[in-house]
Design a protein around this ligand. Structure first.
Ligand SMILES: *[C@@H]1O[C@H](CO)[C@@H](O)[C@H](O)[C@H]1NC(C)=O
Ligand SMILES: *[C@@H]1O[C@H](CO)[C@@H](O)[C@H](O)[C@H]1NC(C)=O
Ligand SMILES: *[C@@H]1O[C@H](CO)[C@@H](O)[C@H](O)[C@H]1NC(C)=O
Ligand SMILES: *[C@@H]1O[C@H](CO)[C@@H](O)[C@H](O)[C@H]1NC(C)=O
Ligand SMILES: *[C@@H]1O[C@H](CO)[C@@H](O)[C@H](O)[C@H]1NC(C)=O
Ligand SMILES: *[C@@H]1O[C@H](CO)[C@@H](O)[C@H](O)[C@H]1NC(C)=O
Ligand SMILES: *[C@@H]1O[C@H](CO)[C@@H](O)[C@H](O)[C@H]1NC(C)=O
Length: 250
């Protein structure tokens, strides 16, 4: 049993030596060799994907690109980096740089992971209620393959039931629901893209305002005063005109 566990651990360590590179489908990616490679006589540098030698470069810097990769790669003789263009799903996998001499030596290994752009999620409200002035909204957010249900107030959301996945390590798109800027936000993301859907909290939790704001009273008073003054002036004017007319014609 412990032997098996030990084996699992070893495999884990071995596989973690290659660094993962996430690429959005359709984009280019440059794989660098992170050391100064000096080829001795008769040594050959290669970038290998599965069993294909994508590119071979001899010590005299004679470069040969595999026909399958014509127009799809650019190799730099200067620093041995490889530019892979217009990455597609089947380009996923390990890319290994090696030097062949008396024996083969691995220079670096990358694990290329190709991802598609995530679709915008769909955010729906299941219920809303206001208890003791605290708003409680239950929402469900759906991505392509996953969904999460969360209970939110005006400050924060917490997931209701279901399991939460390790966000950083998972290559499956992640859904996260949180509150920011007065909105409930559902963020559907993977390592290369994200898309959100939002709902404004005010629309879900209408404030039951009872006492009018303090300022409104004085505004009201001012209105009454102004109206009264206007009325007094009007009456005065009418009386003045009347009296004057009386003096003139009377
Ligand atoms: C290697 O060379 C290419 C092309 O000249 C350049 O774009 C790339 O940045 C270089 N990489 C490093 C690590 O210097
Ligand atoms: C990926 O698929 C395309 C066609 O769909 C093919 O031309 C190409 O050779 C494939 N690449 C690899 C590395 O298998
Ligand atoms: C949320 O509450 C408001 C008012 O209390 C109501 O009009 C609205 O329909 C509710 N929305 C949902 C999705 O329950
Ligand atoms: C919010 O409402 C949901 C469903 O109506 C309920 O399960 C949950 O306990 C409530 N949360 C709080 C903090 O009141
Ligand atoms: C959330 O609601 C509480 C209680 O109604 C209130 O005190 C608080 O200011 C609100 N917070 C925000 C960020 O709106
Ligand atoms: C999502 O589901 C589809 C089929 O419904 C499947 O082909 C795809 O691999 C799934 N994607 C992820 C990231 O699990
Ligand atoms: C959504 O999530 C991604 C990945 O975690 C993050 O980079 C991005 O800033 C988030 N977007 C918003 C609007 O919060």
């Amino acid at each position: 049993m412990s032997l098996l566990l030990g084996f699992g651990l070893l495999t884990c360590i071995a596989s973690s030596e290659s660094s993962s590179v996430f690429v959005l489908k359709g984009q280019d990616v440059r794989l660098d060799v992170q050391e100064n490679v000096e080829l001795k006589e008769l040594e050959v540098f290669k970038w290998i994907f599965r069993s294909t030698n994508i590119v071979r470069c001899t010590d005299t810097l004679t470069v040969r690109v595999s026909p399958e990769y014509n127009n799809r790669v650019e190799f730099s003789e200067g620093n041995f980096s490889l530019l892979l263009k217009n990455i597609q799903q089947n380009d996923s996998g390990p890319y290994i740089a090696v030097v062949n001499g008396d024996k083969e030596k691995t220079i670096i290994e990358y694990l290329l992971i190709v991802q598609e752009r995530v679709e915008p999620p769909v955010l729906t409200v299941n219920s809303n209620s206001t208890i003791n002035d605290i708003c409680n909204v239950t929402v469900t957010c759906r991505g392509q393959n996953t969904s999460v249900t969360s209970s939110c107030n005006n400050r924060t959301c917490s997931q209701v039931g279901g399991e939460s996945r390790g966000a950083e390590t998972s290559t499956v798109p992640l859904l996260s629901v949180y509150v920011a800027g007065g909105s409930i936000i559902c963020n559907h993301s993977n390592q290369v893209s994200w898309a959100i859907n939002t709902k404004e909290i005010v629309e879900l939790c209408p404030l039951k305002s009872v006492s009018p704001p303090a300022g409104s009273m004085s505004v009201c008073m001012l209105k009454i005063i102004l109206q009264s003054v206007g009325l007094v002036i009007l009456i005065a004017a009418v009386i003045t005109v009347h009296i004057r007319d009386r003096f003139r014609y009377g």
